[in-house]
Ligand binder design. Structure first.
Ligand SMILES: Nc1nc2c(ncn2[C@@H]2O[C@H](COP(=O)(O)OP(=O)(O)OP(=O)(O)O)[C@@H](O)[C@H]2O)c(=O)[nH]1
Ligand SMILES: [Mg+2]
Length: 295
């Protein structure tokens, strides 16, 4: 249930390098997990002498081109991460970003057209709802073909459409003016301590990307602090204790009784004031939760 981000970019912009740098995964063009760095987690783990520490993570997918078919694989992702070539000296990143925007637009238009073909066939059966969607799609296609975007479509969109051009988008320039992926790749091969020394104590560029992503996705982090495992989890801003329980395990959500809530800093300071909350409690960033449940 982790949120998902899709890496897109023009050819040889550094997508695979970014994917590997973020996820540590070698296999390109696949799916990997990027850990969200959070200094609070280590402090909590120390307090409870956790034997295992697990950061929250975002799922990362790389697609290997920009055609409609490949970009179509990204319809399910929650955000797009655009990589722009700023290292070769042969590209203008701002122009490439514009080109990519057009590719996304084309992919969305293609998607609307395909869906219309399918829905129009089904509409022949006379189902009113399907007929209405077909009519909507005809108008939507005309809207796109007049040079407008899905973003300036006023009506509701069919929920199945999941347009790429409406997803939150974060772009990074790969090169000296942005993040140097070549360097990051080399650092990721080093033992952690050496890499940290090289960075002079600063946050890694990758950590800052992941953090920006988490912001773009409007994520908050909550913790579970146990000796067996201390772990960070993400929720969308505004989600509840029941959502938190579901993120941990569906059984825990099903058997939810109530939830003990402590602020992470009070927990670390050993001055925890524990509150009992119910299913509808809106989880806050930094909450340490202990869900009481029966199975
Ligand atoms: N000097 C330098 N070279 C880089 C950098 N990032 C990527 N490269 C090189 O650029 C080439 C393409 O990098 P990839 O990560 O494979 O790019 P990609 O976007 O996945 O490419 P395709 O999947 O083929 O579209 C590789 O030869 C990299 O070594 C960088 O920051 N600096
Ligand atoms: Mg690649």
């Amino acid at each position: 249930m982790a949120l998902e981000v899709g890496i897109v970019g023009l050819q040889s912009s550094g997508k695979s390098m970014l994917f590997t740098a973020l996820t540590g995964a070698r296999a390109h063009g696949e799916v990997g997990m990027a850990a969200i760095p959070d200094p609070r987690l280590g402090q909590l783990a120390e307090v409870v002498h956790a034997r295992k520490v697990t950061p929250a993570a975002i799922r990362v997918v790389e697609v290997r081109g920009t055609g409609p078919e490949l970009l179509g694989k990204l319809r399910q992702v929650d955000a797009l991460l655009v990589v722009l070539d700023g290292f070769s000296g042969t590209r203008v990143p701002a122009d490439d970003l514009e080109t990519l925007g057009l590719e996304l637009l084309v992919a969305d238009r293609d998607h609307v057209e395909r869906r219309l073909e399918r829905v129009a066939k089904q509409a022949k059966s006379g189902d009113a709802k399907v007929k209405r969607e077909a009519d909507d799609l005809v108008r939507l296609l005309a809207h796109l073909d007049s040079g407008k975007t899905l973003a300036d479509w006023e009506g509701e969109l069919p929920p199945e459409l999941e347009p790429l051009t409406r997803k939150p988008l974060l772009s990074i320039v790969n090169g000296p003016d942005g993040i140097d992926l070549q360097l990051e790749a080399e650092l990721s091969e080093m033992p952690e301590e050496e890499a940290a020394e090289f960075r002079g104590g600063g946050e890694s560029a990758l950590a800052s990307i992941v953090r920006r992503l988490a912001e773009t996705l409007d994520l908050i982090t909550f913790f579970t602090a146990g000796e067996k495992e201390t772990r960070a989890w993400t929720l969308r801003h505004g989600e509840t204790a029941l959502d938190a329980a579901a993120a941990i395990h569906s059984d825990i959500a099903r058997g939810f009784i109530r939830c003990e809530v402590t602020r992470w800093d009070e927990f670390v300071a050993g001055a925890a004031r524990q509150r009992l909350e119910g299913k509808t409690y809106v989880v806050e960033d930094g909450d340490v939760l202990n869900v009481r449940f029966n199975v």
